[in-house]
Design a protein around this ligand. Sequence first.
Ligand SMILES: CC(C)(COP(=O)(O)OP(=O)(O)OC[C@H]1O[C@@H](n2cnc3c(N)ncnc32)[C@H](O)[C@@H]1OP(=O)(O)O)[C@@H](O)C(=O)NCCC(=O)NCCS
Length: 475
Amino acid sequence: MGQDLPSSKNSANSLTVVDNRTGKKYTIPITRNSIPATAFKAVSAPKSSTDRDEDETDKGLRVADKGFLNTAVIESHITYIDGEAGVLRYRGYPIEQLAEQSSFLESAYLLIYGSLPTNNQFSSFETEVLQHGIMHADAAGFFRSFRYDAHPMAILTSAFAYLGSYYSEANPSLEGQTLFTKGDKASLQNMDKQIYRLIGKATTLAAMAYRVRQGREFVTPPTGLSYTGSFLYQMDYLGHEDYRPNPVLEHALDVLFLLHADHEMNASSTTVLQAGSSLVDPYSAVSAGCASLYGPLHGGANEAVIRMLISIGSPANVPAFLESVKKREKVLSGFGHRVYKTSDPRSYIIRKVADEVFAVTGKDELLDTAMALHDAAIKDQYFVSRKLAPNVDFCGLIYRAMGFPLDFFPVLFVVPRVVGWLAHWRQMMLHPDGVKIWRPRQIYVGAEKRDYVPVDQRVPVDAPKMSPSVVPHSG
Ligand SMILES: CC(C)(COP(=O)(O)OP(=O)(O)OC[C@H]1O[C@@H](n2cnc3c(N)ncnc32)[C@H](O)[C@@H]1OP(=O)(O)O)[C@@H](O)C(=O)NCCC(=O)NCCS
């Protein structure tokens, strides 16, 4: 007995599945080398003696993929990665060509709108972005409300959500659900205005998070500088007349920003889309992305790399450190990637940038340790067999040489990644089929239905993890 999905009938480009529980055969279409998970909902069987009610056997198969190891959540035109071949392209353009010939803001245009801009298109985009750098004067009070030792990522994550409170016209909860999905001229203008604002103000918020920690007065974004030049100015300006950032460092930061602008469905971009799929405003979605990025498995890794190198100390301690990684006592931060299994193409460009920066700043004292670690790990069978190669997070050494504080490194990842988040968010809002809320399923493995037990009849459960911890109070 067979069951065909209409589009796949008699097509060679399909998958035939036999459900051995029932003997039924199903044909599922293959499109772009992918199969729709929803097709498996048709694959149902009567409940067997070993199935629980909660398995919902008669309601169709669920597709389990913990950690999204092989699930495509969108169709995208934006970024392509071939993790085996070490390829990264923005809208079809190889990252190496863009790093060499483009700029961060030009690549931002490319990522968001899909093509390289003409001179006029670029200059009006740049003007829009840069003129939106200015923050409301009240924002100073917001930044000063943080404790002196607040982590800049805590400040920045809050700041994006705070920023949204200024723009009720960008809030679908107030202005109507179709605010960004309509796709007419007014809706597109509104959407692009929020994009200019978010990219333009990302540097301002980041610089304010830095300056409040340093006890420096805030500065108004300058005119006549590039995006990264303006950022460095806002961080470093200390009253010197005609202060201009060092052009080599400005260019290096621009290249690093370009390399970090997008990376398809990484954890934070997925978070932005997950939040955005509820049609929340883009400021809240970006704030959610910021929180997701901060974890040490993602954007927090560049900070973790330096903390790791500091803890290793001299190159002589590298072998002992690697042994403890192999015993799973420690993690080799800056190595390994969910997608790249041979090399991360960005890591080669970063090495070139590092040479340019070190020529200005002098070599970072941790460089020798980093190189010893790199050289030992790439030859070690443990890492080779698991296809663990250096990732982009060794750029922390460049940030350190440029004088950025360690806990500011994830902020330097967020600022450019705002572009990728917005490119994905815009693409999602304008999808011809509309926006579907992202609501994954789960496999419920908990208790079956049971009756409430009155308190005097309960047997205490106090096994570890199964009851609240007893926490000592400091007083
Ligand atoms: C990036 C990362 C989270 C990818 O995780 P993942 O795709 O789920 O890969 P896995 O955790 O399944 O790793 C596969 C194997 O390599 C090991 N491994 C992965 N990264 C490792 C690392 N940095 N150091 C030591 N071992 C590592 C795992 O222990 C696992 O070994 P096993 O199969 O013997 O259990 C992971 O490589 C990592 O934690 N790297 C360090 C943090 C980092 O630099 N993150 C930034 C990424 S840009």
